[in-house]
Write a protein that binds this ligand. Sequence first.
Ligand SMILES: [Fe+2]
Length: 254
Amino acid sequence: MAWWQRLRRKAPGPFVPPHPWIDMHTHVVPAVDDGPETLDAALAMLRAAEAAGVTHIVATPHYAAAFDATAERVAAQFAALANAAAAEGIAIVLSAGREVTFTETAVRAVTADQRLCGRGRKPWVLIELPEGLNRGAVIEGMFALQLAGVTPVLAHPERHSLVVQDPALVGELRQRGALAQLDAGSIAGEHGTPVRRTAQRLLEQRWADAVASDAHGPRGYETYRGACERIARLYGSDYLQDLVSTGPARLINC
Ligand SMILES: [Fe+2]
């Protein structure tokens, strides 16, 4: 395109938040992981999400050795948050999920205890891949989950060294039935240039199914909105709609 044509090209209009806007990965349940420590801090996160334009949140506390909250405690804290949010008039629709750190034991736990899954048309689970895994182990683990009827959703694969080295691994896992959720912070460059470039590559190749905040505090929602504005500007609002609305809606049934 010649320079005069580029000048004449219409500037993008103001950002219109998608509707519904579903954030399917957040740490907003108080005092169960490295998210907010108090109910008030969790409510502040929900208000920040609402101000950013988010309409639905799937709360996904960590399920990992470093955090020992039981399923009962997570459920009780989630209920306390949902009640307090309703009492405060916060209109965000909350649902429950977990972010499960991938180990053989965790895969067995997910297949045995569906409380670790998000609810929707069928059970699904966010899977965080720890460093030190090899490709074969990842592929086998994803297969085991699918055999148990659970859809694995890769949490921020763009941050994993295997994917930074070879983004096509995400394409391969998606062909095998897994989904991929990218983090807003990766798109914003908060995890360094190689991760930002990997996220960009996954978006360009259409190897992403969702973009979520992975917020641990209110500031995460500024980053989330900024990342979504950037996606709309670079790739178009239809693609953003797929990533934060239509795609996640297929999972959570809203
Ligand atoms: Fe997370």
